[in-house]
Design a protein around this ligand. Structure first.
Ligand code: XMP
Length: 509
């Protein structure tokens, strides 16, 4: 595997993404907490928000890794290599930020194989390497900086060391992936053999070994992650996997029945629990979003605990945790501040005294989908938009009532149906309808009405951290609007949300 040492750059995850796209397995570890046991074939040092010259520079003793495996430093990583061996790094007064071109190729090198002279790269640095240590030599430069790419001189170290000032992991570096491939495959000899089918094979084998004939209980949400996790566990332990799917009354229209049916078709040992009234009672009188989330989380835990009581021999709790959550909690900055309490069922394993098993811990979202396809998870689940755990409760602003849920479900079903029929559903990352806490005047026939408004939201995003609103054509929006107003009692106004995240969020609560 390839080890990526994180110095805190915001784009470290992208290095891992690009490496995985090359079908090479990699893991990110903090720069100060890793070990070289296991089969590490190459190491990549990430960028960082810090300066190698600053007081809070993140310092890594390179003698522990250089010479043992090939090393590539990116941005801060490259500057640190240069600084560590005694080169000169300057702290310039301006940040070089944006596109540049590799216009000067001084030396032939396998790292630059198949890269064009003038190739566009993405720079984002304050410090600049002015003079390399004597062990190194420059390979390429840009218009503005002489040392954009360097390598260790032949036979100084037992394994090659490279540095690049730009960020090959971001897509603005047009040939970045080729450069990473050159480093990993051609220079370091890493095999490109990490595929979804290999992942399934390895994971099922490991799950069998770890779990033996012990029982696992898993809560399914109808979403991609928990379903794929279930599917892998099912392959490994069959009937020893107990799946619970709870109807909290806050799902989309007909979703509980449809998804339950899909789970049955997948052959899972699934228990569908109808607990609508319990959730509505817990939500009664609450209008603060965080209180609503907490009430839903607590009710869910109570129900799950009760159901788990029916399977007293259970030793494990399965979870659909994916790699971005894992990296987040390992980050050199520590877990990032919680803006919303997204992890709605925290505390469950401790309460039930269960060990945790997370078959998707090492996967990114799109890899989860590929693995899902490999294990035949139905298309209607794999292609589904993300949906928040608290469901429609955070799309109904203010207090939840059964009537409001019904109104929103109807409007939302019309919206989603139009998106599907027009082919827009698959072009959108997440879409949903929000019931607003306003009433506005309208006319229907000869009468003035005073009714509710809904907002339609559709965004495109990679991971939900940032998002752009989707430009759904006016004509389609017009059809959706009149359909909703004509068919859903109590709604006389439809608006379209054109806010990006940040500063707006995807959900309204
Ligand atoms: P925001 O609104 O923060 O949403 O831009 C980002 C993504 O997170 C989802 N989301 C949640 N998911 N529990 C969840 O499981 C929550 O409480 C929650 N709040 C927001 C949201 O749907 C979007 O995909």
């Amino acid at each position: 595997m390839v080890l990526i040492l994180d110095f805190g750059s915001q784009v470290t995850q992208l290095i891992a993404r690009r490496v995985r796209e090359l079908n090479i397995y990699c893991e990110i570890k903090p720069y100060n907490d890793f070990d070289l046991s296991g089969n590490i074939e190459a190491i990549i040092l990430s960028g960082s928000p810090f300066s190698v010259l600053g007081e809070n520079a993140l310092k890594l003793d390179l003698s522990g890794i250089v010479g043992k495996v090939p090393v590539l430093g990116i941005c801060y990583g490259a500057q640190w290599i240069s600084h560590f061996y005694g080169g000169k790094v300057n702290n310039s007064n301006y940040r070089e930020y944006g596109k540049a071109n590799l216009s000067k190729f001084y030396e032939q090198d396998p790292l630059m194989e198949d890269l064009e002279i003038g190739s566009q790269v993405w720079m984002s640095h304050g410090d600049t390497i002015r003079k390399l240590p004597s062990e190194f030599e420059v390979i390429a430069g840009s218009e503005d900086i002489d040392i954009a790419v360097f390598r260790s001189k032949k036979s100084v170290f037992d394994q090659p060391v490279y540095g690049v000032q730009f960020h090959p992991e971001v897509t603005h570096t047009l040939e970045g992936k080729q450069l990473l491939k050159n480093f990993l495959v051609d220079i370091s000899g890493v095999k490109q053999n990490w595929t979804p089918s290999k992942f399934v094979e390895d994971t099922v084998r490991e799950l069998k070994q770890t779990l033996g004939d012990e029982q696992v209980i898993l809560a399914l949400s109808g979403g991609v992650d928990s379903t794929v996790a279930a599917s892998l566990l099912h392959r490994a332990i069959g009937e020893n996997l107990i799946c619970i799917f709870v109807d909290n009354g806050l799902l989309r229209k007909n979703e509980f029945e449809e998804v339950l049916e899909s789970y049955r078709e997948m052959g899972l040992r699934i228990f569908g629990i109808k607990a609508v009234n319990e959730f509505y009672s817990a939500l009664k009188g609450l209008s603060d979003p965080e209180l609503k989330r907490k009430a839903i989380g607590k009710t869910f835990i109570d129900i799950f605990e009760r159901e788990a009581g029916n399977f007293p021999g259970t030793k494990w709790l399965g979870q659909g945790t994916i790699y971005p959550d894992v990296i987040e909690s390992l980050s050199v900055h520590g877990p990032s501040a919680t803006i919303k309490s997204h992890h709605n069922v925290g505390g469950l394993p401790e309460k039930l005294n269960l060990k945790i098993i997370e078959p998707l811990r090492s996967l990114f979202k799109d890899e989860v989908r590929k693995v899902g396809k490999e294990v035949n998870v139905p298309g209607n689940i794999l292609g589904r938009h993300p949906f928040p755990g608290p469901g429609l409760a955070i799309r109904i602003l203010g207090e939840i009532t059964e009537e409001k849920v019904k109104t929103l479900q109807e409007a939302d079903a019309i919206y989603i149906d139009h998106l599907r029929k027009s082919g827009w559903y698959d072009k959108i990352w997440q879409a949903g309808t929000i019931l607003l806490p306003v009433e506005s005047v309208g006319v229907m026939g000869d009468e003035r009405t005073y009714e509710k408004a809904v907002a339609l939201r559709a965004v495109n995003s990679l991971d939900g951290m940032t998002a752009e609103w989707t430009p759904i054509p006016y004509e389609l929006l017009g059809k959706i609007s009149s359909d909703i107003i004509n068919k859903v009692k109590g709604i006389n106004r439809v608006v379209y949300d054109i806010s990006t995240k940040p500063p707006a969020t995807i959900e309204w609560e």
